[in-house]
Ligand binder design. Structure first.
Ligand code: PBG
Length: 327
């Protein structure tokens, strides 16, 4: 049927009609809010390249997490910034490390919230790489043992889910075994399955104080020219026991999300990363875009591409807007 019999504009006439036929919707419940935990008490410092995002001590994390829960957000993703960094990232698996303490606080005071922890060495190592260095490179097989130890310590502290973001081979399987052997067989793993070596992580590295001190992460994170390789990575993680698979970053990788959606039935998360957030904030501040509208358009596009869950620094403001428009 063609014009003039068929006129697509008929169903675009007003907001109610447009709402009725909308194919995609986002909800606060599908957003995961990433947060940066620092040691101590009463600490709260804004990340300069990420307006509205703070590095804060556990007491302040609890306050914001409780607020997130009230806004309908189901889950937060925690990154730790340790007191001290060393060669083997030992604060990462210390039962009294910055993350482990924060998780314990959250489980007491932000009841019901799903607390996910990032499992990676780069925030904890003095060299800033995501693993143990041997002869100048990150040693895969030694690193995954450390990652398993770290994941287990998060589980013991009370984490509801662990999220390995290191991109070592075989790490999901080793983490799954460590959890299962210690009574955590029902703790899910959200694997950063297709994580690209991306320059969009710049602001995060400022926040987490984790830029690599030599070289880059291209020896373990994926090459942005590849999509079929992402399917292989995801298949491997599912094989090893991943419960949720992730694609990261999101915005320049919508085709990867779509391809994964078509190939796999597992829940898919997409990480709307720091650089994507900062660009929106910067352009908004310059008055070049309508920040709130652009934010919603971006989040909706990630959902439309096929993501079930979106990890985003916009979570709080998006949830506020979504709650308001529902009334
Ligand atoms: C740690 C990690 C990074 C991000 C999440 N986990 C940084 C990196 O790999 O360099 C980036 C998140 C973001 O940019 O928002 N491995």
């Amino acid at each position: 049927m063609y014009f003039p019999a068929y006129r697509p504009r008929r169903l675009r006439k007003n907001e109610r009609l447009r709402d009725m036929i909308a194919e995609t919707s986002i909800s606060a419940g599908g957003l995961i809010y990433p947060m940066f935990v620092t040691p101590g008490k009463g600490q709260k410092e804004e990340v300069s390249s990420m307006p509205g995002i703070y590095k804060q001590s556990a007491d302040n994390i609890v306050k914001e997490a409780v607020e997130a829960g009230k806004l309908g957000i189901n889950s937060i993703l925690l990154f730790g910034i340790p007191e001290k960094k060393d060669e083997t990232g030992s604060e990462g698996y210390d039962p009294n490390g910055v993350i482990q303490k924060a998780v314990r606080e959250l489980k007491k005071k932000a009841k019901g919230l799903v607390v996910i922890t990032d499992v990676c060495m780069c925030e904890y190592t003095s060299h800033g790489h995501c693993g143990i260095i041997k002869q100048g490179v990150v040693d895969n097989d030694e690193t995954i043992e450390y990652l398993a130890k770290m994941a287990l310590s998060h589980a013991e502290a009370g984490a509801d889910m662990v999220a390995p973001s290191d991109m070592m081979d075989g790490r999901v399987g080793v983490i799954r075994d460590a959890l299962d052997d210690n009574g955590f067989e029902s703790l899910p793993i959200m694997a950063y399955s297709a994580k690209y070596a991306s320059s969009f992580y710049g602001p995060f590295r400022e926040a987490a104080e984790s830029p690599p001190q030599f070289g880059d992460r291209k020896g373990y994170q994926m090459d942005h020219r590849n999509v079929r390789e992402a399917m292989r990575e995801i298949a491997l993680d599912i094989e090893e026991g991943a419960d949720i698979v992730m694609i990261k970053p999101a915005l320049s990788y919508l085709d990867v999300i779509r391809a994964a959606r078509e190939e796999f039935d597992h829940p898919i998360a997409a990480y709307n990363v720091s650089g994507e957030y900062s660009m929106v904030k910067a352009a908004g501040r310059m008055g070049w875009i309508d920040e709130a509208e652009v934010m919603m358009e971006i989040l909706t596009s990630i959902k439309r591409a096929g993501a079930d869950l979106i990890i985003t620094y916009h979570a709080m403001e998006a949830a506020r807007l979504l709650n308001r428009s529902r009334k």
